[in-house]
Design a protein around this ligand. Sequence first.
Ligand code: PMT
Length: 204
Amino acid sequence: TAGGTREAIDPVRFLSNHSSGKMGYAIAEAARDRGASVFLVSTANLPDPVGVDILRVSSTAEMQKVVVKQCETADVLLMAAAVSDWRPADVAEQKMKKKSGEDKWNLSLVRNSDIVGSIEGKKLIKVGFAAESQRLKQNARKKLKSKGLHLVVGNDITAEDSGFGSDNNRVVLIGIDGRAEDLGLLTKYQTAYRILDKVVSLLG
Ligand code: PMT
């Protein structure tokens, strides 16, 4: 998966994040180059990678539907998308208008389901990302456990030379044994390749 999900507020507004989709596309391209059959579920408007099946979605619920279906036959799920944990409780049918005298507006949110955490599949290898602004390894290890992942890619989003929107990334790979491997600054394609090295070893 790639990109940030969009949660509609009304016909013109949405909640989202800074994900460009580059990391997810790099994984799709690297996996294709290594001979995998790849299905990319994307919210991003990047050019379609050659030789990759792609379906564009917008919201978390849409992404979940496609991911669940694809995971029925997939060997590996790599969740690079920045998925919104929340969505507006109600989506207004018409564009919402300011009321005169109003200087505060409360938006009520409800929880989205956790896509990667909800996918069951005996043989499916699940790789999640953990975008963190503090305590990277500690928080990434927590996500590995709580989401039932085989591998978590801890992503320090405070670094200025990498992360959201950049062509580069700085990640730490943490497997079930808890050991952390810091990959340092790499292009997103190189990062993807190193993640896939781990996936290949997990596939045994
Ligand atoms: O797209 P780019 O600009 O290239 O930026 C790349 C990136 C920073 C977005 C990417 O490398 C990254 O870190 N992606 C995960 C961001 C994120 O949403 O992290 P999280 O800690 O909120 O979520 C943890 C994991 O659970 C992720 O694999 C996420 O896809 C998944 N998740 C989260 C919420 C949810 N409701 N369902 C999920 O499956």
